[in-house]
Design a protein around this ligand. Structure first.
Ligand code: ADP
Length: 645
C-alpha cells in the first residue's frame, strides 16, 4: 500500500485495501470503513500473525503515524520500550490460546508523549472456529492512571500519617467490629492485626473496664453520636495506662453509618496528676479544717476578696456570700477595727506582708481570737494581690491565758511563801538580840538611875547592848548572804535577743490586757556578760509594772515601747509606758523593798531588779515621761577586751 501523506487520501487508500479483508461478507466495505473512521474510538484489526491490516482514522490521528509505520508496529517506536515485552508476551500467549485479552501499555502519541492505553484484543473466528483476525480497541487511560497514582500516593501518605501520629487509631464496621488498627495501637498492645481484629482487641482492656466500656459502646452504636470514654489498656509489657477513647461515625449520603473511626489518647499522666491534685487538695482542706485555718485572697485594686469555705465557717457567714470589708468589720471586735484601716493603708503603700492578731465578736457575743498572715505578690498583670491565711487561735489563746493566770498565781504564792518564810526567819533570828538589847538597855538605865549610879555595871550592860546589836547585824548579814547565794551564771548575751525572749513569753498576757507592744530592738548590739534568767526576770518585771501602770487608763492607747541601744560603753534597755506615772511619795525610794502602791503588790520586784542589775555592775533608774507614764531603764557595761584579736 502506498504511503499517503494526506490523511484524507490515506483513508481512501486503506479503505480500498481492506474492503475484501475485513468486511468481505457482502457488506459494503466503503460504508463500514467510513463508519469506523467516524466513531469516536480507536480501533484496528490484525491478522492471526499480528500484522496490522486496518487502523481507523481516529487512531492514525491519535498516534500521528502513517499506516505503514503502524503496520510494522513491533519495530517502530510506538510502544514504550519498557512495555514492549509485555505486549509481546500477551500476544504470544493469545496466539497459543486464541483467547481475547486486555493489556495496559504505554504508546507514543502524536505529540511524542507516551500515554497509557488499555488495549482490548478480541479474537474473531470463522464458522469452523479458525482464528481469522484480531480486533483491537484502544482507550487512552492516562488520566485514569494519573488519578489512580495520585490516589495511591494520597493513600500512602494517609497510611503513613495514621501510622505515625502519636495516638492509637482504629476503625470498625457499622456493627462495631474492628477492621483496622494503626501501628501504634498494635505496638502498644503487642497484638497482631489478626489478633486485634473483630473484638480481639478487648483482651487488652483492664478487666474492670471491659463491661462499662462494652455497655457504653453498645449505646453509642445504637445512638450514632460522637463518643468519649476513659478506660485502662494494657501495654505490651503488662502495665495498664489510662486512655481516652474517642469514636466518630462516618455516614453515607443517606445518613447511614458506614464506618466508625476512633482514637485512643494516653491520658495516664494527666489522670495521675489529677488524682494527686485531688488527694493533696482533700488533704489540705482536711488539714485546714483540723487546724482551723481559712484561706483568702484579696485583690487590692478591685477590693475583690475570695474566701475558702473554712473562712465562712469561722466568721459564721453563709457560704458564697460576697465578702466586703464592711462585712468583715461587722464581725470585728470594736478595739480591732483599726486593723482594717491599717491593712488598706499598708496595701496601698504597697508594703509587704501582713500579720495581725485580732478578735471577732460573734452574734451570740462569743469572742474568737484570730491570727492573720498574708503575703503580697503581683500576678501576671502586675496587680497587687494578697494571699493569706487566718487561723482561729481561740483555744490556744484561752489555754495561754489559763496558763499565764496559773503562773501568776504560782508566782504570787511563791512570793508570799518566801516572804513569809523570810519574815519568820528574820523575826526569829533578830528577836533574840533585840530582846537582849531592850533588856540590856533597861538594865543600863536602871543602873544609871541608881544612887549612886552603877557606872561600871551600866558600862558593862552598854557593852552587852553593843554585842547584841552586832549579833542582830550579823543575822541580817547572814540572811543576806543566804538569799544572795545563787551565783551569777554569766554568759555573753545580746540584750535585744533577751528582750525578744521576754516579749515572746509575755505577749499573751499583754494582749489579754489589750496592751500594744512596740519594739525597737537594735541589731548587732555588743554582747554583755550576764545571767540570762536574771536579766529576763528584770525585763519581765518592768513589762508587768508598765502594764499594771496602764490598768486604769481608758482615754488613750495602752502602749509599751521597749527599746535597746548602745552608747559606746553600756548597752541599755528602756521600757516606756503611757500609764499613771511615778507616785511622788516614792522619790528615790522606789527601788527599795516593800514600797508598793498596788493593793496586792509586795513592793519587792524593783528592789530585786536593782540588786540583780547592781550585781552585774549595771544601773537601773526610773524617770517620769514628758507625756503620760514613766520610763524604766537598765544599763549594763560591756566587758573590756582582755585580748587583742
Ligand atoms: P509591786 O509591783 O509588787 O508593787 P515593785 O517593786 O515592782 O513591786 O514596784 C514598786 C512600786 O513602784 C509599784 O507599786 C508602783 O507604785 C511603782 N511602779 C513600778 N513601776 C511603775 C511604773 N511603770 N509606773 C508607775 N509606777 C510604777
Amino acid at each position: 500500500m502506498a504511503e499517503l501523506t494526506d490523511r484524507r487520501s490515506k483513508r481512501l487508500g486503506s479503505a480500498q485495501a481492506d474492503r475484501a479483508l475485513a468486511f468481505g461478507n457482502g457488506v459494503d466495505g466503503g460504508y463500514l470503513r467510513e463508519l469506523l473512521d467516524s466513531i469516536p474510538a480507536l480501533v484496528a484489526s490484525l491478522n492471526p500473525k499480528w500484522e496490522v491490516e486496518f487502523v481507523n482514522q481516529p487512531l492514525l490521528d491519535y498516534l500521528g503515524k502513517p499506516f505503514h509505520v503502524l503496520k510494522d508496529w513491533q519495530r517502530s517506536d510506538v510502544v514504550h520500550p519498557d512495555d514492549l515485552s509485555i505486549a509481546v508476551h500477551n500476544i504470544d500467549l493469545a496466539s497459543r490460546t486464541g483467547e481475547s485479552f486486555d493489556m495496559e501499555v504505554r504508546c507514543r502519541r502524536y505529540d511524542n508523549t507516551f500515554h497509557w492505553f488499555q488495549i482490548r484484543a478480541v479474537s474473531l473466528h470463522d464458522h469452523v472456529g479458525n482464528l481469522t483476525r484480531w480486533s483491537m480497541h484502544m482507550v487512552d487511560i492516562e488520566e485514569r492512571k494519573r488519578s489512580e497514582e495520585a490516589l495511591e500516593s494520597t493513600g500512602r501518605d494517609l497510611r503513613l500519617a495514621i501510622n505515625t501520629m502519636p495516638v492509637l487509631a482504629w476503625s470498625t464496621k457499622p456493627d462495631g467490629e474492628a477492621d483496622f488498627f494503626n501501628e501504634h495501637f498494635l505496638t502498644y498492645t503487642g497484638l497482631s492485626p489478626e489478633g486485634a481484629a473483630g473484638w480481639g482487641w478487648t483482651a487488652a482492656l483492664h478487666p474492670d473496664d471491659r463491661a462499662p466500656l462494652a455497655t457504653y459502646w453498645q449505646t453509642l452504636l445504637a445512638e450514632g453520636g460522637t463518643g468519649e470514654f476513659e478506660a485502662r489498656m494494657r501495654r505490651s509489657d503488662g502495665e495498664y495506662r489510662y486512655f481516652l477513647f474517642r469514636a466518630d461515625p462516618l455516614r453515607n449520603n443517606d445518613g447511614k453509618i458506614v464506618k466508625w473511626y476512633g482514637t485512643n489518647t494516653d491520658i495516664n499522666d494527666r489522670k495521675n496528676a489529677e488524682e494527686q491534685l485531688r488527694r493533696s487538695e482533700a488533704f489540705l482542706t482536711e488539714a485546714q479544717r483540723l487546724a482551723r485555718i481559712g484561706r483568702f485572697t484579696w485583690r487590692v485594686a478591685t477590693a475583690e476578696i475570695w474566701w475558702s469555705n473554712e473562712m465562712y465557717a469561722m466568721f459564721e457567714f453563709e457560704f458564697g456570700r460576697t465578702i466586703t470589708f464592711d462585712l468583715i468589720a461587722s464581725r470585728l471586735h470594736p478595739d480591732d477595727l483599726r486593723y482594717v484601716a491599717d491593712m488598706n493603708q499598708r496595701a496601698n503603700a504597697a508594703m509587704s506582708d501582713l500579720e495581725y492578731e485580732h478578735r471577732l465578736v460573734m452574734p451570740n457575743g462569743e469572742v474568737k481570737y484570730m491570727h492573720l498572715i498574708a503575703h503580697s505578690r503581683r500576678d501576671s498583670d502586675g496587680t497587687l494581690e494578697y494571699i493569706g491565711a487566718v487561723q482561729d487561735v481561740t483555744q490556744r489563746r484561752r489555754a495561754e491565758e489559763a496558763l499565764a493566770k496559773a503562773r501568776q498565781e504560782l508566782a504570787n504564792v511563791t512570793k508570799a511563801t518566801s516572804l513569809g518564810v523570810l519574815t519568820a526567819s528574820i523575826a526569829h533570828e533578830v528577836n533574840q538580840p533585840l530582846a537582849g538589847i531592850i533588856t540590856n538597855a533597861s538594865t543600863c538605865l536602871r543602873m544609871l538611875d541608881g544612887n549612886p549610879p552603877n557606872v561600871d555595871g551600866a558600862r558593862e550592860t552598854a557593852r552587852r547592848t553593843i554585842r547584841d546589836g552586832n549579833r542582830a547585824a550579823d543575822v541580817i548579814a547572814r540572811l543576806r548572804s543566804l538569799f544572795g547565794q545563787r551565783k551569777i551564771i554569766a554568759e555573753p548575751l545580746d540584750l535585744s535577743e533577751v528582750a525578744r525572749e521576754v516579749i515572746f513569753m509575755s505577749v499573751g498576757e499583754l494582749q489579754g490586757k489589750f496592751v500594744r507592744l512596740d519594739e525597737e530592738l537594735a541589731a548587732d548590739l555588743p554582747l554583755v556578760q550576764a545571767d540570762r534568767i536574771q536579766i529576763q526576770q528584770v525585763i519581765l518585771n518592768l513589762l508587768r509594772n508598765a502594764a499594771d501602770a496602764m490598768d486604769r487608763v481608758t482615754d488613750r492607747v495602752k502602749v509599751i515601747q521597749i527599746t535597746t541601744a548602745f552608747d559606746g560603753g553600756h548597752v541599755s534597755l528602756a521600757v516606756r509606758d503611757a500609764g499613771v506615772g511615778l507616785d511622788p511619795i516614792f522619790g528615790e525610794t522606789i527601788f527599795e523593798a516593800f514600797n508598793t502602791t498596788k493593793p496586792n503588790g509586795m513592793g519587792i520586784g524593783l528592789s530585786v531588779s536593782r540588786s540583780i542589775v547592781t550585781a552585774h555592775q549595771g544601773r537601773i533608774w526610773a524617770e517620769q515621761n514628758d507625756g503620760p507614764g514613766a520610763t524604766f531603764t537598765l544599763a549594763l557595761p560591756i566587758p573590756l577586751r582582755t585580748e587583742a584579736y
